[in-house]
Design a binder for this molecule. Sequence first.
Ligand code: ARG
Ligand code: ZN
Length: 877
Amino acid sequence: MSEPQPIHLSDYRPPAYRVTRTELTFALDPAATRVKARLHLERHPEREPGLPLELDGEQLALKAIAIDGQPLGADEYTLTDSGLTVHRVPETFLLDTEVEIAPKENTALEGLYQSNGMYCTQCEAEGFRRITFYPDRPDVMATFSTTLIGDAASLPVLLSNGNPVERGELPGDRHFVTWEDPHPKPCYLFALVAGDLQKVEDRFTTMSGREVALQIWVEEENLGKTDHAMASLKRAMAWDERTYGREYDLDLFMIVAVNDFNMGAMENKGLNIFNSAAVLTHPHTATDAAFQRVEGIVAHEYFHNWSGNRVTCRDWFQLSLKEGFTVFRDQCFSADTNSAPVKRIEDVSFFRTAQFAEDAGPTAHPVRPDHYIEIGNFYTLTIYEKGAEIVRMLCNLVGWETFRRGSDLYFERFDGRAVTIEDFVGCMSEVSGQDLSRFMLWYSQAGTPEIDAHGEYDYASCEYRLVLRQRTPATPGQAEKQALHIPIRLGLVGTKSGRDLSLTLGGEALGSDAVIHLRETEQEFVFTDVSEAPVPSLLRGFSAPVKLRFPYGREDLAFLLQHDADGFNRWDAGQRLALLALDDLIAAHRNGVEKVMDPRVVEAFRGLLASDPEDKAVLAEMLTLPSEAYIAEQQPLVDVDAIHAARDFVEQSLAVALRDDFLRLYEANRSDVPYAPEPEQIAARSLKNVALSYLMALEDEQAIELSREQFAADHNMTDVRHALTLLVHSSRDDIADPALKAFGEKWAHDPLVMDQWFSIQVTRPQPDVLERVKFLMGHPAFSLKNPNKVRALIGAFAGQNRVNFHRLDGEGYRLLADVVIELNRLNPEIAARLITPLTRWQRFDETRQALMKGELERIRAEELSPNVYEVVEKALA
Ligand code: ARG
Ligand code: ZN
């Protein structure tokens, strides 16, 4: 087998022929679906005449082909594994093809497949080529007409993009519906759904007064779980009108929930297809976090209608053009709808853990990569989340109002077109008059910039000198890095007053909270008229996606934790303080020395617990210790056992010292009011549950009783799941086992709850957990073919159960590799993603490195999909 070859951004050329209109007819059948395609083609004006027509196509059985009504002879075209070439074609012509495909054999979940008996599609990025022969690239935009034919009894609902224009009966108890989508679109936005579905319907009146029908299609048993998604959709539609002036552009907007889905959801024009986990909620089956996730994803996919669909990407190297911008949009929406500081804290703590790790590993890539083997591997935290951080920096650089004008210009100028990141940034530069050429390096340079900062206060001159040095570590294929333009928001907090001091830089008064611009490798900033010695509060709100080091003493951090005017940095000061203490404890554990808790951390927490919180949700975040994964990120070499032991020790010490405070906090935030996914309730629940976690660190009778009670009260899934997790992760199997059993039996019929049941068990710290993972893989509710199950069981074990996955006998690694090898055949996209924890081998001790590499090599010896091949090659390079 020949090795898969990379494709390069620098090789981009417009297509030789473009499609202006696409007419599709599907005769649906599980083993033999017939797809007829009529494509209206014309030569691209920028390409030379006489070129062959090249179409993508995979796993298609060609049954007929004709140009302008004339069937082609066998010597007039060439068929390969990856497509079809017609040697000679006119300048303008009609191409008719008919192919046969087998949706029920499709376990990759790309193209047309079946999920729980219903038909659905996933075409982004390159799934449409598994449906019909086509120029499967985003810069080919056509209007679509789609006719679906199916069995009337088993497939009563037939959906596609746009509006239904015709329907009728057919012989043989079949029926058809024809859909017309008037908006030209690339084929990755094509979708169809067919099945026995029920709908929940609502309406939205747009700002110009048009009525839009909103439909959520689900299987009958899920009819009671759509309220939150529908409410979220309406909020998102109104928000996009208010915030970006963007109105919806069809009469109908549909969401469909499917059980088998590789990702969260997909923004197909007028017909968004969702992983059921990203749309269905009910107080008894979904946690607060799940409710918030659904809200964010519904909004994300809806926002794509403009940032992605009306204006799309020229090629897949520009993926972050739509994803980075749209994630930024959904983050702002969620911030406006919930607690804004908590939203930022959650996003940043996830980003600093997972994206930083990606950017430091062997699969690190720029936000706009310049080559790839398999685009399916590039739906990453870098493209999405780092892309969103770049857009956020742009917005902060030019200011919201100018950013909005830039966004208006972008949507107006490029409506209906497929464009590049330069086009987007160009609009921002045009409206702001700013030169953003150095800023563009953020898109081309991989790796997390590191900033070393130090500062000095001069009492005599009342000057504060801040020196910043930046450096971006080498990443694969990029040894040398240039200095980036890094906006750093900061304040100087007076040590006497505890207040933000006013900032004067180069004679200019900047107020008390300002942005300074680091553009060189090293720069000095001298603040004058600083009336008292300050502690600097740097990178407020995480104003740039960088690692910033400053030699804070623990007193400084305790001070910032109390006084920083920026809520985000107040939280971060607490995290930094805890990390310093954890560092000592990790060292103590490694050296076999007795662990001693830093009293300053205890006092800081006591202070937090005594304060009257203005925002309970923020307080809950402040009381939460950095995760094992984030602690690991800070260590030069990861010692999983020491990190686990140190974190446990801090948790227990805090619980011992502050037991009564936690108990009071728990009691004060209990409530019997009916569940609602509202910010205030969510905040109280998280605070209560954080308190319960600390209490359970003691595992005394009272804590166990509280957890038991909370579980048994069965008030809502957030509380039930939290209590069950604490019990299952405790040493009290006598209590945990019956609870787990009861829960599993009660929810055996609900796949989304069973996913949670799997995850709770396989993240427990007890050493027998690997055996349990293997056992659960044989559970009737588990299936390797369902990505949610794989994530809930295998993904949660490998990604969240650090002590057990990294077992020194290598059994955790072996288990993961076995699953990857099996999934490589079934679902390459999921298989490739699952490898991630093994790709981080460089971060561990030699023994573990050898074991992890051994498993990667074992995978490499298999016959691999391009997806898995690319990841394994990079990991072992
Ligand atoms: N565009 C979709 C979203 O952001 C994700 C599609 C991912 N598809 C894939 N094959 N990886 O919501
Ligand atoms: Zn997206």
